[in-house]
Each structure stands twice: as structure tokens, then as C-alpha cells.
Design a binder for this molecule. Structure first.
Ligand code: GLU
Length: 422
């Protein structure tokens, strides 16, 4: 069956998401109609809206909010600001959110949103006006019981604060639970900032154990140095790994003796890029992923590991911090090279897990310590990782297909329990 599918690097993110889904489903006994239902997104909103720019001109922007599934609960998923955002990509990301929430068993369906914009080209005031207007445009969907956004690529706690405030102003009282990833002062959770990096770290530790490889002095490459990449680097560095290379949208840096992630982050904050870090050599994008290492963490955008990269990769283990970083064609090559891949929906699930904790705390108006958050996160990851490993072993499939199988089964069974309305 797999051989019949024409794999190419040119597939769109949604085509990739569907292919991964179909691969999981073909090994399962499921109701056909429910499979058809799960292949589609439940609702898709496209908004075009004006923003007053600082020079007095009005610019038009396009944004999206897509709900893939509401079967297991309210929808959950981030909002990204990026010039390449498009509906196909948001659909894929929404579907992956459904599987991610299901694989770690948090009671949500999947959603995603985005605005087509390069936020680096906006002033802070423009960014705030764009955010408040977009939040207003999608307010027909979002709410603490219906759809709860969070940060994603190029969005952060300040942007979540503006969304929370905008929604609260509309209803006339404060609703912290409408969004997660907020600053702690207004109902955010301890440990949310580091949470995605923490699950990448956790999966790296568990996978290295499985492979029988030592973590100490394991060489790690981190592609992408935003929230996820920088936290993963910091935590892995603390566990004794050597962070030999990191990259961002402008290129990479490499030092075979290891880098101090905190110092690299300070350099990036100062100069806008990791490039020209004094204690490393600059490396062009084309060479970065082929550098010698044991662990590679893609933590940037979708489709960054294609055929070309997969052929060059020397890592024994790939832990996907980003959503959808590996094309199916590349996946095939990685499998042939016997590189162990911990898939995105498991490896980066820490973000949505701690988002869930934030939402629960907001609703209860009762807040937990960071130690408590980490303990609970670890508990959920322990269970999910073991379940996915077990499924992979029993079914003889990759960790990606196993994770999707565990998730799809939960959504499928929940659909049957709820029944088809009316
Ligand atoms: N944007 C993150 C993700 O892709 C977090 C989503 C959330 O916390 O709702 O998983």
C-alpha cells in the first residue's frame, strides 16, 4: 500500500497530514464513515480586516481560524504570524492538534489560526492593533468553553495578553481562560514558557535510553532557535549534552566542543540572529543538518527535512520540536537509515499539556507551583510515550504511525460514544 503512494517533497502540509492519517488508519479496524469524518476539518474561518498603520494608512490583512475536530472537547491550538501562512497549512496544523491532544489524552479537539504577516515589519503599536482586530474577527469562534488559542510561531505571551484583554472588553468582564500562554501576572501558568522544550527534552532522554546511547556528551543540533529550540537546547545542555550547532532563519553556527545556549540566546537577542556568535563558525543552511551529531531537533517550520536533508543527516535520533518538519519522502529515507524519529505530536506536546493546566487553573482560580506543573507534565508524557512505544512495537510501525494510531483510536471511539447527531 505504502509503495503505491507517490512520495514527493512537493506535497502540501495538509496532503502530508492526510497521508500520515491514512497510514495509521489502514492498520486499524475503524468505522468507514468516522474515518471520512476525521479526514476533514469541521469548520474554517477566513477573515480579511483593516489595520491602521502608524503612518496613517490603512493596510488589509488576511487571517484564518480552523477547527479540525470538537469530538473530545473544546478546540485548542496556537495562532501564528508568518508571511507564508495559508489555509492548507492551517488545516494541517489543526488536524495535528487533534492528534496531539488525543495522544497525550488532554480533553480537547484540534484548532489552529494564523495571520499572513511578517510581524518583524510592524511596530509594537501596529502589532497590538492587528492582534486586537484579528481577535475580534475570530471572536465568533473563540471562548473559554469553545476554542482556546495559544502562542505559536512568532506569537508570544504579550500577544496572548492582548487577545485576552480584547475578548474580556467585549464581554465586559475578565476571561483569563479564553487563551493560554499568557503572562503569569494575568492568569498564565508557571512553566508554560519552557513546556514545549521540556517535552522535547523528555522525549530525547527516553529515546536515548531506548537506543542505548549515553546522553552525556551526546552531540545535539538544534534547527530553529525560537521558544522551542532555545528551551530544548538549554535543558539538554543542563543534562550534559553538547549543543554543537544551532540555527535560525538566517543560518547556523557550529562548535564541535559545544555551545552555551544561554550565551547564544543573549547574542541573538542583542544582534537579531545566532550568526557571528564569537565562539562558533557560521554554517550555511544547506550544510547545517548534515553536521556530525547524535541528536537532531528540528524546531522551526514544516517541511524543513526534505529528501536532500534526510540524505545528509548523520543523527541517530530526531526529536521533532516543530510541527510537521519532515516530509513523507524524507521520512522514508530516515527509516532506511534506521534513524529513530520521535514525532511532533508526541515530542512537542508539552506546550499544549501545560496550556491545558493553565486553562484548568484559570477556571478553578487556583494556581499550582512550577514543581507541581512539571510533575503533572511528566506523568502525562510518561504514559503517552510508553503507549506509543508499545503500539510501535506491537504493530511493527514507526513512532509517527503509532502515535497517530493511538490518537485516532481515541477520537474514533469518542465519536461512536457521542453518536452522530441528530
Ligand atoms: N502552538 C502550540 C502547538 O503547536 C501550542 C498549542 C496550545 O497550547 O494550544 O502545540
Amino acid at each position: 500500500m505504502e509503495a503505491q503512494v507517490k512520495l514527493s517533497d512537493g506535497m502540501s502540509p495538509y496532503e502530508v497530514a492526510l497521508l500520515q492519517f491514512d497510514r495509521a488508519v489502514e492498520r486499524m479496524q475503524l468505522r468507514k464513515g468516522v474515518v471520512k469524518m476525521m479526514r476533514q476539518c469541521k469548520r474554517e474561518l477566513t477573515v480579511t480586516f483593516p489595520v491602521l498603520m502608524d503612518d496613517g494608512e490603512v493596510e488589509m490583512f488576511t487571517g484564518y481560524r480552523v477547527h479540525h475536530s470538537t469530538v473530545r472537547g473544546p478546540t485548542k491550538g496556537g495562532i501564528r504570524y508568518h508571511p507564508d501562512v495559508n489555509l492548507d497549512e492551517i488545516r494541517a496544523l489543526a488536524m495535528w492538534m487533534t492528534w496531539k491532544c488525543a495522544v497525550v489524552n488532554v480533553p480537547y479537539g484540534g484548532a489552529k489560526g494564523g495571520v499572513v504577516v511578517d510581524p518583524k515589519k510592524l511596530s509594537r503599536r501596529e502589532l497590538e492593533r492587528l492582534t486586537r482586530r484579528y481577535a475580534t474577527e475570530i471572536s465568533i469562534l473563540i471562548g473559554p468553553d469553545s476554542d482556546i488559542p495559544a502562542p505559536d510561531v512568532n506569537t508570544d505571551p504579550q500577544i496572548m495578553a492582548w487577545i485576552m484583554d480584547t475578548y474580556s472588553m467585549h464581554v465586559g468582564y475578565s476571561v483569563p481562560a479564553v487563551v493560554t500562554g499568557k503572562p503569569e501576572l494575568i492568569g498564565g501558568s508557571a512553566g508554560r514558557g519552557s513546556a514545549t522544550g521540556r517535552s522535547v527534552h523528555y522525549c530525547t532522554v527516553r529515546a536515548m535510553e531506548h537506543l542505548g546511547l549515553p546522553l552525556r556528551r551526546a552531540r545535539v543540533l538544534i534547527q530553529g532557535f525560537g521558544n522551542v529550540g532555545s528551551w530544548a537546547a538549554t535543558l539538554l545542555h543542563e543534562s550534559g549534552c553538547l549543543i554543537v550547532g544551532v540555527s535560525d532563519s538566517r543560518g547556523g553556527i557550529y562548535n564541535p566542543n559545544g555551545l552555551d545556549p544561554k550565551a547564544v540566546l543573549a547574542h541573538k537577542q542583542r544582534t537579531g540572529s545566532v550568526l557571528d556568535y564569537p565562539e562558533a563558525d557560521n554554517v550555511p543552511h544547506e550544510e547545517f543538518m548534515g553536521l556530525p551529531c547524535e541528536v537532531l531537533v528540528p524546531a522551526a517550520l514544516e517541511m524543513s527535512i526534505r529528501t536532500q536533508e534526510a540524505q545528509k543527516i548523520q543523527a541517530r535520533l530526531i526529536v521533532e520540536g516543530a510541527n510537521g518538519p519532515t516530509t513523507p519522502a524524507a521520512d522514508e529515507i530516515l527509516a532506511q537509515k534506521e534513524i529513530f524519529v520521535v514525532p511532533d505530536i508526541l515530542a512537542n506536546s508539552g506546550g499544549v499539556v501545560v496550556s491545558y493546566f493553565e486553562w484548568v487553573q484559570d477556571i478553578q482560580r487556583l494556581f499550582w507551583t512550577e514543581t507541581e506543573i512539571e510533575r503533572r507534565l511528566q506523568g502525562l508524557l510518561d504514559r503517552a510515550f510508553a503507549e506509543v512505544m508499545d503500539t510501535a512495537r506491537k504493530e511493527g510501525v514507526s513512532m509517527r504511525t503509532a502515535a497517530t494510531m493511538v490518537a485516532v483510536k481515541r477520537v474514533h471511539d469518542a465519536t461512536l460514544l457521542r453518536g452522530i447527531y441528530p
